[in-house]
Write a protein that binds this ligand. Structure first.
Ligand SMILES: C[S@@+](CC[C@H](N)C(=O)[O-])C[C@H]1O[C@@H](n2cnc3c(N)ncnc32)[C@H](O)[C@@H]1O
Length: 280
């Protein structure tokens, strides 16, 4: 039976929250003692991984900045006015985009304890308001007050909506996360325009660093007391998977290939992460 509870994942948000801060994407308000501590404790491992051409922070930054670039395009070129960031953790993206685009309606969502923490954080800085809210959600809940249906019921179906998940989907077995994607696609179809951005770590067995990647995901699983399964073997399998879940148009982007065009951090080897831009 695949594991379906997911509170064990939440501590990882403190680590990534600290990484965004270290790279000047964030504000000290988003930093926690645990995030700083985890960064120090893990630094010998991330240093060693760099010797094998796996740079964890660059990987995180590549996905974060590519999602930022695609979100910017969606707002400026497709008129997106509503953003829902599920599994927001301690990410500063909502605050950064609200500052840049004051007309944006930004809803951050996470499991109830993390949502409560984020709500307190934003409120303490005076950032919470009508246009910037935090809601509790559990992507595994089929109904009830933490379900996707309850989250989307608060939005305007006559306005375009874009959903983001970052650092979430590989913590779940494929069948479980495809169930979430199918429920998400159903919700998005209720809007005049619905799109979804997510990072995804595929099972790229031909990649020159595949063996090191397997050690890395084993370690992430150990640290978060769960598993970190890699999803789909290649681009065609990703496209077919998202189509099965109800997405009509799917673009699979490699931050390594996008790096020159979009001025993203670039590594020596092809990327291990993909960013998916899926539309209903
Ligand atoms: C690795 S963190 C990523 C946080 C943030 N997106 C970032 O990139 O910094 C994973 C996040 O997923 C959230 N999460 C775990 N299970 C969830 C679920 N069932 N529904 C919604 N969010 C969940 C955790 O609470 C945590 O904030």
């Amino acid at each position: 039976m695949p594991r379906t509870d997911s509170a064990h994942i939440s501590p990882s948000a403190h680590y990534t929250g600290y990484v965004w801060y270290r790279h000047q994407l964030s504000n000290p308000a988003f930093v926690t003692d645990f995030g700083r501590f985890a960064h120090v404790v893990l630094s010998p491992i991330t240093w060693a991984a760099r010797r094998f051409d796996i740079d964890l922070e660059r990987l995180l930054l590549q996905r974060h900045l590519l999602i930022d670039a695609l979100l910017t395009e969606a707002i400026e070129q497709r008129g997106v006015t509503q953003v829902v960031e599920i599994a927001c953790g301690l990410s500063p993206r909502g605050q950064r985009f609200r500052q840049r685009y004051p007309q944006l309606h930004y809803v951050e969502a996470d499991l109830p304890p993390m949502a409560a923490r984020k709500r307190r954080l934003l409120a303490s800085q005076g950032w919470l308001g009508e246009q910037h809210q935090v809601q509790a959600v559990d992507i595994l809940a089929a109904d009830g007050e933490c379900s996707l249906a309850a989250l989307f019921a608060r939005l305007d179906p006559a306005q375009p909506v874009l959903v983001i998940t970052e650092g979430l989907v590989n913590y779940f077995e494929l069948g479980v996360i495809e169930g979430f994607w199918a429920r998400l696609a159903e919700q998005l179809k209720g809007f005049v325009q619905g799109s979804y951005l997510t990072d995804l770590y595929p099972d790229l067995q031909e990649h020159p660093s595949y063996r090191q990647l397997r050690w890395g995901v084993g370690l992430v699983g150990l640290l978060t007391r769960g598993k970190y399964p890699l999803h789909y073997r290649d681009q065609a399998a990703i496209e077919a998977g998202f189509a099965r879940c109800g997405f009509r148009q799917v673009a699979v982007l490699d931050p390594h290939e996008e790096s020159l065009r979009r001025q993203l951090p670039r590594g020596r080897l092809p990327g291990l992460v993909r960013v998916i831009d899926a539309r209903v």
